[in-house]
Design a protein around this ligand. Structure first.
Ligand SMILES: NC(=O)c1ccc[n+]([C@@H]2O[C@H](COP(=O)([O-])OP(=O)(O)OC[C@H]3O[C@@H](n4cnc5c(N)ncnc54)[C@H](O)[C@@H]3O)[C@@H](O)[C@H]2O)c1
Length: 247
Protein backbone atom coordinates (compact mmCIF):
# COMPACT_ATOMS: atom_id res chain seq x y z
CA UNK A 1 0.00 0.00 0.00
CA UNK A 2 1.48 3.38 -0.93
CA UNK A 3 -1.29 5.94 -0.47
CA UNK A 4 0.99 8.08 1.76
CA UNK A 5 4.11 7.86 -0.43
CA UNK A 6 6.32 11.00 -0.24
CA UNK A 7 4.42 12.25 2.79
CA UNK A 8 6.00 13.05 6.14
CA UNK A 9 4.13 12.31 9.37
CA UNK A 10 5.03 13.58 12.84
CA UNK A 11 3.79 11.40 15.71
CA UNK A 12 4.18 12.48 19.34
CA UNK A 13 4.55 9.79 22.00
CA UNK A 14 5.81 7.49 19.22
CA UNK A 15 8.04 5.38 21.48
CA UNK A 16 5.48 2.82 22.54
CA UNK A 17 1.81 1.89 22.75
CA UNK A 18 -0.70 3.56 20.45
CA UNK A 19 1.85 6.09 19.13
CA UNK A 20 4.17 3.30 18.02
CA UNK A 21 1.33 1.50 16.22
CA UNK A 22 0.30 4.75 14.51
CA UNK A 23 3.87 5.37 13.31
CA UNK A 24 4.16 1.84 11.90
CA UNK A 25 0.74 1.97 10.23
CA UNK A 26 1.56 5.27 8.48
CA UNK A 27 4.99 3.96 7.47
CA UNK A 28 3.43 0.79 6.05
CA UNK A 29 1.23 3.09 3.92
CA UNK A 30 4.34 4.78 2.52
CA UNK A 31 4.94 7.77 4.83
CA UNK A 32 8.30 8.77 6.26
CA UNK A 33 8.15 9.20 10.02
CA UNK A 34 9.24 11.85 12.48
CA UNK A 35 9.08 10.15 15.88
CA UNK A 36 8.87 12.41 18.95
CA UNK A 37 8.97 11.26 22.56
CA UNK A 38 10.36 12.58 25.83
CA UNK A 39 13.91 11.51 24.85
CA UNK A 40 15.12 10.90 21.28
CA UNK A 41 16.32 7.36 22.14
CA UNK A 42 12.83 6.42 23.43
CA UNK A 43 11.90 6.26 19.73
CA UNK A 44 14.63 3.77 18.79
CA UNK A 45 12.45 0.65 18.56
CA UNK A 46 9.81 2.49 16.54
CA UNK A 47 12.40 4.05 14.22
CA UNK A 48 14.07 0.64 13.63
CA UNK A 49 10.70 -0.86 12.68
CA UNK A 50 9.89 2.08 10.38
CA UNK A 51 13.28 1.58 8.69
CA UNK A 52 12.55 -2.15 8.33
CA UNK A 53 9.43 -1.15 6.38
CA UNK A 54 11.69 0.74 3.98
CA UNK A 55 10.70 4.24 5.14
CA UNK A 56 12.84 7.03 6.60
CA UNK A 57 12.66 7.68 10.34
CA UNK A 58 13.89 10.64 12.39
CA UNK A 59 13.99 10.67 16.21
CA UNK A 60 13.52 13.73 18.41
CA UNK A 61 13.08 14.36 22.12
CA UNK A 62 10.71 16.97 23.54
CA UNK A 63 8.30 17.39 26.38
CA UNK A 64 5.12 18.34 24.52
CA UNK A 65 3.98 20.55 27.41
CA UNK A 66 7.08 22.79 27.26
CA UNK A 67 6.59 25.61 24.75
CA UNK A 68 10.31 26.35 24.32
CA UNK A 69 11.13 22.67 23.67
CA UNK A 70 8.21 22.29 21.24
CA UNK A 71 9.14 25.39 19.23
CA UNK A 72 12.80 24.33 19.09
CA UNK A 73 12.03 20.77 18.01
CA UNK A 74 9.47 21.88 15.40
CA UNK A 75 12.00 24.28 13.91
CA UNK A 76 14.62 21.51 13.83
CA UNK A 77 12.18 19.04 12.25
CA UNK A 78 11.28 21.48 9.48
CA UNK A 79 14.98 22.27 8.88
CA UNK A 80 16.08 18.59 8.89
CA UNK A 81 13.14 17.02 7.07
CA UNK A 82 11.93 19.88 4.89
CA UNK A 83 8.17 19.50 5.33
CA UNK A 84 5.40 17.94 7.37
CA UNK A 85 2.13 16.66 5.88
CA UNK A 86 0.53 14.85 8.81
CA UNK A 87 0.64 15.68 12.53
CA UNK A 88 -0.60 13.15 15.06
CA UNK A 89 -0.87 14.55 18.61
CA UNK A 90 -0.80 11.30 20.54
CA UNK A 91 1.40 11.89 23.64
CA UNK A 92 -0.73 11.69 26.76
CA UNK A 93 -0.79 10.57 30.37
CA UNK A 94 -3.20 9.74 33.19
CA UNK A 95 -3.01 10.62 36.89
CA UNK A 96 -6.23 9.00 38.07
CA UNK A 97 -7.76 9.62 41.47
CA UNK A 98 -11.10 10.71 42.89
CA UNK A 99 -11.89 14.42 42.74
CA UNK A 100 -11.69 14.75 46.53
CA UNK A 101 -8.10 13.47 46.46
CA UNK A 102 -6.95 15.13 43.24
CA UNK A 103 -4.18 17.64 43.81
CA UNK A 104 -3.60 20.79 41.82
CA UNK A 105 -0.39 19.16 40.57
CA UNK A 106 -2.34 16.09 39.28
CA UNK A 107 -4.70 18.45 37.45
CA UNK A 108 -2.01 20.71 35.99
CA UNK A 109 0.24 17.88 34.78
CA UNK A 110 -2.52 16.07 32.87
CA UNK A 111 -3.95 19.27 31.37
CA UNK A 112 -0.46 20.49 30.44
CA UNK A 113 0.58 17.33 28.61
CA UNK A 114 -2.71 16.20 27.07
CA UNK A 115 -4.29 19.55 26.16
CA UNK A 116 -1.58 22.22 26.15
CA UNK A 117 0.80 19.79 24.44
CA UNK A 118 -1.73 19.33 21.62
CA UNK A 119 -2.12 23.12 21.31
CA UNK A 120 1.64 23.75 21.29
CA UNK A 121 2.49 21.10 18.71
CA UNK A 122 -0.39 22.09 16.43
CA UNK A 123 0.54 25.77 16.64
CA UNK A 124 4.20 24.99 15.93
CA UNK A 125 3.35 23.41 12.54
CA UNK A 126 0.44 25.63 11.53
CA UNK A 127 2.55 28.19 9.66
CA UNK A 128 4.07 25.40 7.55
CA UNK A 129 0.63 23.88 6.87
CA UNK A 130 -0.78 27.29 5.88
CA UNK A 131 2.13 27.96 3.54
CA UNK A 132 1.82 24.63 1.76
CA UNK A 133 -2.00 24.89 1.75
CA UNK A 134 -2.38 21.34 3.03
CA UNK A 135 -2.07 19.37 6.23
CA UNK A 136 -3.77 16.68 8.27
CA UNK A 137 -4.00 17.21 12.01
CA UNK A 138 -5.15 14.15 13.95
CA UNK A 139 -5.58 14.44 17.71
CA UNK A 140 -5.89 11.44 20.00
CA UNK A 141 -8.65 12.24 22.49
CA UNK A 142 -10.54 9.58 24.50
CA UNK A 143 -14.09 8.35 25.08
CA UNK A 144 -13.59 9.64 28.64
CA UNK A 145 -13.76 13.15 27.11
CA UNK A 146 -17.19 12.23 25.70
CA UNK A 147 -18.79 10.17 28.49
CA UNK A 148 -16.75 10.89 31.65
CA UNK A 149 -15.44 8.38 34.19
CA UNK A 150 -15.18 8.47 37.96
CA UNK A 151 -11.58 9.04 39.03
CA UNK A 152 -10.55 10.76 35.79
CA UNK A 153 -11.72 14.40 36.14
CA UNK A 154 -8.37 15.77 35.00
CA UNK A 155 -8.05 13.30 32.12
CA UNK A 156 -11.69 13.68 30.98
CA UNK A 157 -11.41 17.48 31.04
CA UNK A 158 -8.17 17.35 29.04
CA UNK A 159 -9.65 15.05 26.40
CA UNK A 160 -12.93 17.01 26.14
CA UNK A 161 -10.66 20.02 25.68
CA UNK A 162 -8.80 18.24 22.87
CA UNK A 163 -12.14 17.66 21.11
CA UNK A 164 -13.17 21.34 21.41
CA UNK A 165 -9.71 22.45 20.30
CA UNK A 166 -9.88 20.14 17.26
CA UNK A 167 -13.19 21.63 16.12
CA UNK A 168 -11.93 25.21 16.49
CA UNK A 169 -8.75 24.40 14.56
CA UNK A 170 -10.80 22.64 11.87
CA UNK A 171 -12.89 25.78 11.34
CA UNK A 172 -9.90 28.10 11.45
CA UNK A 173 -7.74 26.23 8.92
CA UNK A 174 -10.34 24.73 6.56
CA UNK A 175 -10.04 27.50 3.96
CA UNK A 176 -6.44 26.34 3.27
CA UNK A 177 -7.46 22.67 2.81
CA UNK A 178 -6.06 21.69 6.21
CA UNK A 179 -8.19 19.19 8.12
CA UNK A 180 -8.30 18.55 11.87
CA UNK A 181 -10.02 15.51 13.32
CA UNK A 182 -10.00 13.68 16.64
CA UNK A 183 -10.09 10.01 17.51
CA UNK A 184 -11.65 8.92 20.78
CA UNK A 185 -10.26 5.50 21.71
CA UNK A 186 -12.07 3.43 24.30
CA UNK A 187 -10.08 0.98 26.39
CA UNK A 188 -7.04 -0.11 24.42
CA UNK A 189 -4.47 -2.69 25.57
CA UNK A 190 -1.33 -0.68 26.37
CA UNK A 191 0.91 0.14 29.33
CA UNK A 192 -1.69 2.78 30.28
CA UNK A 193 -4.47 0.19 30.74
CA UNK A 194 -2.13 -2.58 32.01
CA UNK A 195 -2.21 -0.63 35.30
CA UNK A 196 -5.91 -1.54 35.74
CA UNK A 197 -6.61 -4.24 38.34
CA UNK A 198 -7.90 -7.51 36.82
CA UNK A 199 -11.36 -7.05 38.38
CA UNK A 200 -11.73 -3.54 36.96
CA UNK A 201 -10.69 -4.87 33.55
CA UNK A 202 -13.32 -7.65 33.68
CA UNK A 203 -16.02 -5.17 34.81
CA UNK A 204 -15.09 -2.89 31.93
CA UNK A 205 -15.36 -5.64 29.36
CA UNK A 206 -18.97 -6.26 30.33
CA UNK A 207 -19.78 -2.65 29.36
CA UNK A 208 -18.21 -2.85 25.92
CA UNK A 209 -20.71 -4.04 23.28
CA UNK A 210 -17.92 -5.76 21.31
CA UNK A 211 -16.85 -7.39 24.62
CA UNK A 212 -13.09 -6.93 24.50
CA UNK A 213 -10.43 -4.26 24.88
CA UNK A 214 -9.20 -2.74 21.64
CA UNK A 215 -5.69 -3.02 20.21
CA UNK A 216 -3.35 -0.11 19.41
CA UNK A 217 -3.66 -1.17 15.78
CA UNK A 218 -7.42 -0.46 15.87
CA UNK A 219 -6.64 3.19 16.68
CA UNK A 220 -3.86 3.31 14.08
CA UNK A 221 -6.32 2.20 11.36
CA UNK A 222 -8.53 5.22 12.14
CA UNK A 223 -5.50 7.54 12.02
CA UNK A 224 -4.54 6.11 8.63
CA UNK A 225 -8.04 6.83 7.37
CA UNK A 226 -7.94 10.50 8.48
CA UNK A 227 -4.46 10.85 6.94
CA UNK A 228 -5.42 9.23 3.64
CA UNK A 229 -6.49 10.99 0.43
CA UNK A 230 -9.98 9.50 0.88
CA UNK A 231 -10.60 11.66 3.97
CA UNK A 232 -9.86 14.99 2.26
CA UNK A 233 -13.47 16.19 2.71
CA UNK A 234 -13.77 15.28 6.41
CA UNK A 235 -12.88 17.80 9.12
CA UNK A 236 -13.87 18.64 12.69
CA UNK A 237 -15.02 15.09 13.39
CA UNK A 238 -14.59 12.80 16.38
CA UNK A 239 -14.36 9.10 15.60
CA UNK A 240 -14.80 6.75 18.56
CA UNK A 241 -12.71 3.57 18.32
CA UNK A 242 -14.17 1.89 21.36
CA UNK A 243 -16.04 -1.33 20.62
CA UNK A 244 -19.30 0.62 20.93
CA UNK A 245 -18.68 1.83 24.50
CA UNK A 246 -19.68 5.47 23.98
CA UNK A 247 -22.43 5.18 21.35
N1 LIG B 1 -4.59 3.12 26.21
C1 LIG B 1 -5.85 3.49 26.18
O1 LIG B 1 -6.75 2.73 26.55
C2 LIG B 1 -6.24 4.84 25.67
C3 LIG B 1 -7.59 5.14 25.56
C4 LIG B 1 -7.97 6.39 25.11
C5 LIG B 1 -7.02 7.30 24.74
N2 LIG B 1 -5.71 7.00 24.86
C6 LIG B 1 -4.74 8.03 24.47
O2 LIG B 1 -3.85 7.50 23.51
C7 LIG B 1 -2.59 8.16 23.65
C8 LIG B 1 -1.48 7.13 23.79
O3 LIG B 1 -1.76 6.32 24.91
P1 LIG B 1 -0.98 4.95 25.23
O4 LIG B 1 -1.93 4.07 25.90
O5 LIG B 1 -0.26 4.47 24.03
O6 LIG B 1 0.06 5.49 26.33
P2 LIG B 1 1.53 5.01 26.72
O7 LIG B 1 1.74 5.50 28.10
O8 LIG B 1 1.72 3.57 26.41
O9 LIG B 1 2.45 5.85 25.69
C9 LIG B 1 2.48 7.25 25.75
C10 LIG B 1 3.76 7.75 25.09
O10 LIG B 1 3.77 9.18 25.20
C11 LIG B 1 5.03 9.59 25.72
N3 LIG B 1 4.86 10.81 26.50
C12 LIG B 1 4.24 10.94 27.70
N4 LIG B 1 4.33 12.20 28.14
C13 LIG B 1 5.00 12.90 27.18
C14 LIG B 1 5.42 14.23 27.07
N5 LIG B 1 5.15 15.12 28.04
N6 LIG B 1 6.10 14.62 25.97
C15 LIG B 1 6.39 13.71 24.99
N7 LIG B 1 6.02 12.43 25.05
C16 LIG B 1 5.35 12.02 26.14
C17 LIG B 1 5.50 8.44 26.60
O11 LIG B 1 6.90 8.49 26.81
C18 LIG B 1 5.02 7.23 25.79
O12 LIG B 1 5.98 6.83 24.84
C19 LIG B 1 -2.72 9.09 24.87
O13 LIG B 1 -3.04 10.39 24.44
C20 LIG B 1 -3.88 8.49 25.62
O14 LIG B 1 -4.53 9.44 26.43
C21 LIG B 1 -5.29 5.79 25.32
Amino acid sequence: MSQLLNQVAVVTGAGRGIGQSIALKLAAAGADLVCVDLKPEANQETADQVAALGRKAWMYGANVSDAAQVDAVAEKILADVGKVDILVNNAGITRDTLLMRMTEADWDLVLDINLKGTFLFTKAFTRAFLKQRSGRIINIASVIGLMGNAGQCNYGASKAGVIGFTKCVARELASRSITANAIAPGFIQTAMTDKLPEEARKALQTQIPLQSLGLPDDVAEAVLFFASPGARYITGQVLAVDGGLAM
